[in-house]
Structure formats: C-alpha cells, structure tokens
Design a binder for this molecule. Structure first.
Ligand SMILES: N[C@@H](CCC(=O)N[C@@H](CS)C(=O)NCC(=O)O)C(=O)O
Length: 204
C-alpha cells in the first residue's frame, strides 16, 4: 500500500470527504492533514491549480477531487471494474462536481447577491440535479448508483446530501432534499447507517 497523505480543510464535508470516507470504509491507513484557511492561503501557490484537496501518494502530489476519490476507490475496492458501471459511477461524481462548483461560486458574493443567487439555485439547478440523481437511483435499482454495491459515487452523493441537510448553506432550505426528492432523502439515511460511517462520525 502506498503512503497516503490527504490535505484539506478541517470540517466534515466538501471535496475531500468522499475520499476520506472511502479510506475509512476500506481500512486504508492515511495521514489526514487538516489545514486552516490561513494555512491554505499561505500554501496555495505551491499547489497544483492553487486548490485543495490534494493527495500525496508516496510523495507524488495528485489534485482534483474526483480523480483523488476514484484513485482511493480503486485502492479500497469501492470502484467498479466493469467499464460501463465505472462510467455510471463517474457520471454521478461529475454531475455533483458541477453543482458543487455552482454553489461554491456564491461564497464570495455580497449578502444580497448571494441570497438571490442561492434562491435561484435552489429553485433551478439544485432541483434539476437532485431530481436527476434521484431518477438515476431509481433506474439503477434504488439501492446504489453503480455496480449494485457501495461505490465512491454513493459516498459523493452521501456527502453532498449531508451538506444540503446541514442547513449551513444560507438561503438553500435544509429540507430541500426531503421535499424535492424523498427517495434520495431515505437513501441518505440508509447510507448514514453504514457501521463504518457511524463509528467514524461518532469519534471524529
Ligand atoms: N476541480 C477542483 C476544484 C478544487 C477547489 O476549487 N477547491 C477549493 C476548496 S473546496 C479551493 O481550494 N479553492 C481555492 C481557494 O479557496 O483559494 C477539485 O475538484 O478538486
């Protein structure tokens, strides 16, 4: 097993959490480097694309959260071998990266602008993405998104829904998932009961 060090901000969620969870579930040892926003500002010029997360693999730095998550998914046996199932897994992960990018773009906005942008998102793109993701879940048997088993696509959806339900995104209602896509909400609650996730969040 290579020596792994994952660097990201110190909170549950965001772009590194699916990879963290994959390592926890897969029992893969890693250094979980949590940085402050101040440390990020100092170090960012030395990072590929001036962003986190980054994963060091035996000292080699890899960026891009979905790439990192897929790589860890392969190490942890949480990524399909079958190329079509892998495409279904990737499709969900890419879609969530798109909607994440739209939300993150609102962070630096002034309050009025942020309120308008997030209300538009909630009524528009967020609803479209939630419904499509829920439809994929139904189309693929209602339990998992690919390969008829837990994959990193499930972990990415789980982290996304946890963020939406947390109520921490002002102007995006915390009950948007429950109201718009109840099956996806039930799915979240089922994944949340995974014993490794329960154990991890009880400790962390
Ligand atoms: N496409 C990249 C985006 C990475 C990204 O934008 N990360 C944010 C934090 S979630 C960041 O470091 N932004 C630069 C900054 O905050 O200075 C990925 O998926 O990893």
């Amino acid at each position: 097993m290579p020596k792994l060090k994952l660097t990201y901000f110190d909170f549950h969620g965001g772009r590194a959490e699916p990879a963290r969870l994959a390592m926890i579930i897969g029992g893969i040892p890693f250094e979980d480097e949590r940085i402050s926003f101040e440390e990020h500002a100092v170090a960012l010029k030395n990072r590929p694309f001036e962003a986190v997360p980054v994963l060091e693999v035996d000292g080699l730095v890899i960026s891009q959260s979905n790439t990192i998550t897929r790589y860890i998914g392969k190490l942890a046996d949480l990524y399909p071998d079958d190329i079509l199932q892998a495409a279904l897994c990737d499709e969900v992960m890419s879609a969530l990266e798109d909607i994440t990018h739209m939300v993150v773009a609102t962070f630096p906005m002034a309050e009025d602008e942020k309120k308008a942008a997030r209300e538009d998102l909630a009524a528009g793109a967020m609803t479209v993405y939630l419904k499509r993701i829920e439809q994929y879940l139904k189309d693929r048997g209602g339990i998992y998104f690919a390969d008829d088993r837990l994959t990193v696509a499930d972990l990415k959806v789980y982290v996304w829904i946890a963020g939406l339900r947390s109520g921490e995104l002002d102007y995006i209602p915390a009950d948007i998932v429950a109201k718009t896509t109840p099956l996806l909400n039930d799915y979240f609650e089922r994944i949340h009961l995974h014993p490794k996730l329960t154990e991890y969040y009880a400790k962390a």
